[in-house]
Design a protein around this ligand. Sequence first.
Ligand code: ARG
Length: 486
Amino acid sequence: MTRSHSDPTKPAATSATSPASAPVKLWGGRFEGNTDAFVEAFTASVTFDQRMYRQDIRGSVAHATMLMRVGVLTKEDHALILEGLENIEQTIAAGKFEWSVSREDVHMNIEAALIERIGDAGKRLHTGRSRNDQVATDIRLYVRDACDEIAAVQKRLLRGLVELASKHTDTIMPGFTHLQSAQPVTFGHHVMAWFEMLLRDLERLQEVRNRVNRMPLGAAALAGTSYPIDRQITMELLGFDAIAENSLDAVSDRDFAIDFTAAAAICAMHLSRIAEEMVLWMSAQFQFVDLPDAFCTGSSIMPQKKNPDVAELVRGKTGRANGNLMALLTLMKGQPLTYNKDNQEDKEPLFDSIDTWMYSVRAFADMLPAMEVNKASMREAAIKGFSTATDLADWLVKQGMPFRDAHEVVGKAVKHGVDNQIDLGDMSLETLQGFSDKIDESVFEVLTLEGSVNSRDHLGGTAPKQVQQAVAKAPARVDAIYPTVS
Ligand code: ARG
């Protein structure tokens, strides 16, 4: 997950020399002088765009096949190109490809290598195409693959949460507002709230994928091409849902990248909220949960420490997720149509958001279902915070008292409880009747934690019965969103 800018003052890790059989600069015809070495390194993107090599080759195979079908390429050239590209893909996958900064980017490295291998047929691949529609196509294919991979992990996390919730439909904990004990809830209900947040993120990912999956290829540099291309063929070969309808927009649109980083930032924000609860709940002051040793680290000086590092890191990742979104919004702001070199700056933030989303969700998918839940501490905390005060007020309203009066009565009872360190449910009937003569023995039913949670028995409520139903419905909801990934 490194964000490395290639340092133009240092020799590149990739080779600066290139074999003699293919020209170093595929665009060198109109130039007399050589590129300044610093400029060459400064303008190159190969150090970070080489991760799109599979997508670049896939796009080239589809382009060559289309050219052959419309009669622009011979069958022989087409066969040579496919064979050459396959060989290059294997060489790269084996880690044996020599990337060259003087060939600038992934596209020209692969094209030059193809020319080295197959000669003139390789020089014909770029007919009717530009790096501008090529790079836009590659990034979309890359983001599409990434969406599918992330969706699979997101689903694993969601199913893990459902599993966890199913074990705790009647585990009682304090529910919080303002981080003050508010009303008792069930832990399963709380976990299912996380489920809802992360399910929306999956839905957003699907929407992003829908907009990503449109094909810029065929727009060429900006205006289209004079060759008799058939974009329908390339669209089908590459599995795109639609063709970008305007060539100028096709090469310059990076909305899909912004869409992705926006969805990533929202999911990172959700994960950070869950992470924050993990960190709080693991503290000696809460002791609601314990995370397995495998997800924590110790302190080199304080022997008692067990730190929730994974949760903290996931919380911290929000910074880069937000930063990447801001970077891309700012990158695109004010760019005139169509392609500008600025766009090369789209990749590092985008790739970083992909990695961040992927790894954070994976960490949580592994960690959350494995956490130990301390039911006794949760219960004790729920009792302590006068969390059934609303239930007492509601009970009084049901006896005919206006809600505002009931609020006042209960407020006085709570004040008494705070002063004398006694919970509402532990006060004697006489004490309670001192606050209102409407109170009788039956009030104690609602002052218990179970009575309180059981009474919130409607769709979306915290009653164990409702949580069981939410858990039962959840798997089908996970299946229904992003159905192409299981
Ligand atoms: N490396 C470039 C990028 O990442 C590829 C497209 C370059 N096109 C051009 N005309 N300079 O955007």
